[in-house]
Design a protein around this ligand. Sequence first.
Ligand code: F6R
Length: 612
Amino acid sequence: MCGVVGYIGSKEAAPILIDGLQRLEYRGYDSAGIAVLCGGKIESSKEVGRLVNLEKMLAIHPIKGTRGIGHTRWATHGAPSQINSHPHLSSDGSISVVHNGIIENYAELREELSTKGHKFISETDTEVVPHLIEQSLKEGAKSPVEAILRTLKRLRGAYALGILFRDEPDAIYCARKGSPLIIGLGEHENFIASDVPAIINRIKKAIYLNDGEVAVLRADSVEICTIEGVAVVPEIKEISFQAEAAECAGFETFMLKEIHEQPRILRAMLEKHVSADGKIDIGSSLSPDYFRKLNRIMIVSCGTAYHAGMYGKLLLENLTGIAVETDLASEFRYRDPKIDPGTLIIPVSQSGETADTLASIRMAKEWGCRICAICNVEGSSVVRESDAVFFTNCGPEIGVASTKAYTAQLMAFALFALYVAGVRGNLTPEQIKSYLTDLQEVPDAVHYVIQKKEEIRAIGEKHHDGPSSLYLGRKFNYPTALEGALKNKEISYQHAEGYAAGEMKHGPIALINEALPVICICTKTADEVYEKMLSNIKEVEARSGRIIAVATEGDTEIAKLAGDIIYVPAVRDEFTPIVNVVGLQLLAYYAARARGTDIDKPRNLAKSVTVE
Ligand code: F6R
């Protein structure tokens, strides 16, 4: 959701801000704007729609200056319009603010400020912030920092703020609570950004601002204090990935690039976590003894990460004997789930900034639970608020539709479950070795599926134009069906429904006719799941549904039933979801391509859902 950037140094700010905003485009937005300190005045430019509109405007009316702030807005309060776009100004035009998050008490603040003579021009919650800062200065705050601190104490909600003062030309300011913000450190220049990829081409070191901190950036220094005004010595982190990680690298989209990265990422995870003698190291600060005594796990996450959680539940239950539940973080936080302090909470998140997942963590911490996250982004809020973290280490995921983060989450669960099963003695060392040998085959199997992309493209193009599609799977591949359907609807805008195949007769069978593509995940299994899936496929066939099967290479039985088949290599049942979903990612990709959608930035979606 909204992206924030800021710059102070000796270069022209506007091109740097635009470049940073372009790199944040993936977060989702519907308007954009910048403000630059220019000849003793704050000059702003804002446009609705894609950044290119703002660029065109800046080409006609350039803004010159070496410090500034910029923003991509994903509308919450007020429609996408030039007036509602950020940055927003104080009444006297001396303070400019960009904001990611939601100010929950903005209505009452607006009313209060109106009685003091402040005029508001937008419908946004954000506009109260520059006005409150202005009011604090009027009421005696002795410095911009003091005015900001007084203001922050009045705000309820979440914010990452970038602030520019007309009368403080040597500094830009920022603050965060609940929304991500980093400070990038350059040579005689400093930056603020919603995340590292926005400025990865300009910095090697960054400070991850903590909740409740305010920073003053000058070209050669950064000072940080808490909301109480207490100075903080920041931890400076080296950026662990290269600028190229956030580039398209010759692929037509980030999503396609990220699909192709999966075999390498999965191999790297295995190399990192499994030693030559077959020992699994999950890098957790939770002791083996903790896992031995554990009797309940609760997995919480949203969207794609929720599907990973469903897989995690199945695998952990299967391998460790621990009672495992999984829930959508957006539901979990409003339930009364009777969790005791002995329950381990596993939040799963690519971004580490999903508002509902974070709220669930905070709630569980109040109950005294330990938190062991599966997360991709170092320094993110989920990472910082968890007791232990299993990093998926996929590098930045820029495509809005999650692909590599998902398969990495599945791999993380596979390694985690095997580790816990080993520690608890649910599996013998020999059994673990056998699982690991099979797991090592997964990256090559994923590579094999990607190599078949032209065949998958033909299937995607053939079935892309219907209004709807149905995805069916069972057991370990029930989450795969949900994830395949989610990918399809996100990027191709075709309605798609994922269903547990056994539930088909309880309703969705009514949808089946000759126009409905039914994607059946029917890879061979050692148990009865394969036979049951075949029966479901026959039921679809009997009603003339258009069957697209994901099947095991060499399966001739399925060729008699399915119109189209995505063949995948055989891997152990438990690991088939990691391979099968890649076929569905490509299927959705090529269907979306045929429908001509904006694959990396699908309409209405934001990469990181930092508000409820
Ligand atoms: C779908 C997708 C979303 C995210 C969800 C959670 O492709 O990307 O459904 O999975 O918003 O995001 P994270 O994993 O960042 O918490």
